[in-house]
Ligand binder design. Structure first.
Ligand code: ZN
Length: 358
């Protein structure tokens, strides 16, 4: 955006003029009772021109850390601060949020597998379509907040298709230690928006059903970094670039699964680095007669772990991403510098199972 460009209203099917903050509830459907289902949205349209940035939380209804991040971001900035517009969708999946569950309670539809949605399709697609057409598609870039699914926890990281230079810029600007590279599910918000030329990243942070303050603080700062990078906050500079690493793509990622049923004891930690052959956890029977150690098949970084301490055969225990020698040395240095402090307790967690991610 050039300096002399004039700020414009943000239009959905209403309009927020430059210099105004609006809190609104936008109807995306109806309940069985015929009452409206309304998404809480804050739009802060800056007094100066600049990019439109969307933030979305609770597309999965029980993933709460992002809800707190969006609440704080929406409260933090005034139109006078911004060259551009912030579009904050506080809770996308309202029915799931009310039930405190991931999917829409009716027929368990996943909104994050329903983008861009259709006007005349199932409930999730209709909701996704309204959100996408009215708000997301009017934006220039976006950040979608998630946590692990319940009973697990995920390491604080970014998911992004870094082969796309515009996404790579956004992912780096957010300034998290770990970026997991990949396109994501074809009908997720991130993939669809990115495919439409709206670079979008997913932030994965911790556990469902919780507010985890240290992670929330990091993410609020991450948003500020992004706004600084894109000159939405022209006077701010991003926090000093951290060490970070892009994992995935060609590198191997694997879910280690339980082979026996029993009680799970995590042995890894306090840092997420494990060496080939290290015991990650053990699974014992109730009589402690049998103990199965689950060991690292290769040297890597733990990106997700089980939290619920009971398992049965096939249950995912730990998500491990392979790292090369150079990365290994870098991570060891960063551990010494304290970059990974608190990862065991805050979760390094899990990311979910196959289709359960994002
Ligand atoms: Zn999610």
């Amino acid at each position: 955006m050039s300096e002399n460009e004039r700020p414009e209203p943000f239009t959905y099917d209403g309009e927020v003029p430059p210099g105004e903050t609006r809190h609104l509830r936008y109807e995306v459907g109806e309940t069985y009772l015929g009452d409206p289902v309304e998404v809480p949205i804050t739009i802060i349209n800056g007094t100066e021109a600049g990019p439109n940035v969307f933030l979305t939380a609770a597309i999965h209804g029980d993933e709460l850390n992002g809800v707190k991040v969006v609440q704080e971001v929406a409260d933090r900035y005034d139109p006078d601060d911004l060259h551009g517009t912030l579009v904050c969708l506080h809770v996308v999946n309202v029915p799931g949020y009310l039930a405190q569950q991931r999917d829409i309670p009716i027929y368990d539809q996943d909104i994050n597998r329903s983008f861009p949605g259709k006007e005349r399709s199932n409930t999730a697609e209709r909701m996704a379509n309204k959100i996408y057409c009215r708000f997301v598609s009017q934006c220039d870039l976006g950040i979608d907040f998630h946590t692990s699914t319940r009973n697990r926890t995920t390491m604080y990281h970014i998911r992004a298709d870094v082969s796309n230079p515009a996404v790579d810029r956004l992912a780096r600007a957010f300034n998290a230690n770990v970026i997991l590279d990949g396109e994501g599910e074809a009908t997720s918000l991130r993939s669809v928006a990115t495919g439409d030329g709206i670079p979008t990243i997913t932030v994965e942070m911790g556990k469902a059903h919780r507010f985890q303050r240290p992670l929330i603080d990091k993410a609020v700062e991450g948003v500020n970094n992004v706004l600084a990078e894109y000159d939405v906050l022209p006077d701010e500079s991003a926090t000093e670039a951290k060490w970070h690493k892009v994992l995935g793509g060609e590198q191997e990622k694997r879910w280690l699964r339980a082979e026996t049923g029993g009680l799970v004891e995590m042995e890894w930690g306090p840092y997420p680095l494990v060496h080939e052959g290290d015991t990650i956890c053990t699974v014992t029977d109730h009589f402690k007669r049998e103990e199965h150690a689950v060991t690292a098949p290769f040297t890597g970084i733990i990106v997700g772990v089980l939290e619920n301490p009971v398992a049965l055969p096939g249950h995912p225990l730990c998500h491990l991403a392979r790292i090369d020698r150079e990365t290994h040395a870098e991570i060891e240095t960063e551990i010494e510098r304290g970059e990974f402090d608190g990862y065991r307790t805050l979760g390094l967690g899990e990311m979910a199972d196959g289709e359960q991610t994002e």
